[in-house]
Design a protein around this ligand. Structure first.
Ligand code: PMP
Length: 372
């Protein structure tokens, strides 16, 4: 869709990346790290100061202590964290449960590992509930003796859904008598709206002991192109993860790691992010209310879903292509996040808008969308 946006000179509210720059202070810290000579291989596990900052942040926010030497690993973004985790955990004959719609790198990682993805659909929005929701009984019904890993991603891309305490209770119950591991992709942990705190999977001890917690500085510091992420996991699980990480990338760029370590020591660099994005969410929602799209509430992330059934009944993919070509605004079909994107069950007449954009970009897009 990003290529199509360029080809048709459309305003790109599709792919999830900011169209504004990162904090100048952070840019200066990278320059300083380079000037100070931090340009050679850092440790395979990541720069110690960055692992320390991550460990402190996670413990302060979610109450679980990780040993920074044996349980925190800096990765090449969340993508490598996910690939290395999956390759470390599963192989031929194993099953991995994923909740659909799901972020696009999970299924290829599972396939590459030779294992089988078991896709469990979330309940789509209804007239009375504007967000997608997990049906935990449905998840439980898919567990077999082959199930080795469960991948969850909240706050959720593409839907913006979040977990609450009841969801964590249900998750605890369904895994308690199993040896299933969890990969919890929490890259949007610092973008949760309306004063609600993020419910991290590792805030429950019984879950933390079986979870690979994955996050990314790309979302938190507006640096998606730097590809710096991390995994926190119990020692025995981290040992396995690092066996893969070592030979996938060995290590990730040192100047960025040093800069992010200093920058992230100040909690205001991530604690103010929700307010920053909430303003953008509200601006886009208000704008879309003037169009024929029906806005669905976005509780978190920098994505918003909108229902276009008042405009058309074509598939989500065809609608997204048409919107780019005809009206010059690019969105992402939610069906693209399903294993069978063309199936009727994967199409709910909903598309995803990314609001990690300048106000001028959002306003220009709204102006075009009003004409649809
Ligand atoms: N997980 C989710 C849910 C994401 O939305 C993204 C980025 N779009 C990633 C992982 C990948 O993050 P990174 O760029 O740090 O690899």
């Amino acid at each position: 869709m990003s290529k199509m946006a360029v080809d048709y000179q459309a305003i790109n509210l599709g792919q999830g990346f900011p169209d504004f720059n990162t904090d100048f202070k952070l840019q200066e810290l990278v320059t300083k790290a380079m000037a100070d000579g931090f340009n050679q291989y850092p440790f395979m596990t990541g720069v110690p100061k960055l692992r320390e900052v991550v460990g402190k942040k996670v413990e302060a926010l979610y109450g679980h202590h990780y040993d920074i030497d044996t349980e925190v690993t800096i990765t090449s973004g969340a993508t490598e964290a996910i690939m290395s985790t999956v390759l470390a955990c599963v192989g031929t004959g194993d099953e991995v449960i994923v909740l659909e719609p799901c972020y696009d790198c999970y299924l290829p990682a599972i396939k590459l590992a030779g294992s089988q993805a078991i896709c469990v659909p979330m309940d789509p929005p209804t007239a009375t509930r504007e967000t997608f929701k997990v049906d935990w009984d449905r998840v439980k019904s898919k567990i077999t003796e082959k199930t080795r890993l469960l991948i969850v991603n909240f706050p959720h891309n593409p839907t913006g859904a979040v977990l609450n305490a009841d969801d964590l209770d249900a998750l605890e119950t369904i895994v308690q008598d199993t040896n299933i591991m969890i990969l919890s992709d929490e890259v949007y942990e610092h973008i949760v709206f309306d004063g609600i705190a993020h419910s991290s999977v590792i805030s429950r001890e019984s879950l933390a002991s079986r979870t690979f917690l994955v996050s990314s500085f790309g979302k938190t510091t507006h640096t998606t192109g730097w590809k710096i992420g991390y995994v926190c996991a119990p020692k025995e699980m981290t040992i396995e993860l690092r066996k893969v990480h070592q030979f996938v990338v060995f290590t990730v760029p040192s100047p960025f790691q040093y800069a992010l370590a200093t920058y992230t020591e100040d909690p205001s660099t991530y604690m103010n992010l929700s307010d920053f994005y909430q303003n953008k969410r509200d601006r886009l929602a208000k704008g879309l209310e003037q169009t024929r799209f029906k806005v669905l509430h976005s509780p978190a992330t920098f994505f918003m879903l909108a229902d276009y059934s008042g405009i058309s009944d074509i598939s989500e993919a065809n609608f997204s292509i048409w919107l780019t070509r005809k009206h010059g605004v690019t969105v992402i079909p939610v069906s693209a996040f399903y294993q069978q994107p063309d199936a009727t069950n994967s199409n709910h007449h909903i598309v995803r808008f990314c609001f990690a954009k300048k106000e001028t970009t959002l306003d220009a897009a709204i102006e075009r969308l009003i004409k649809v």
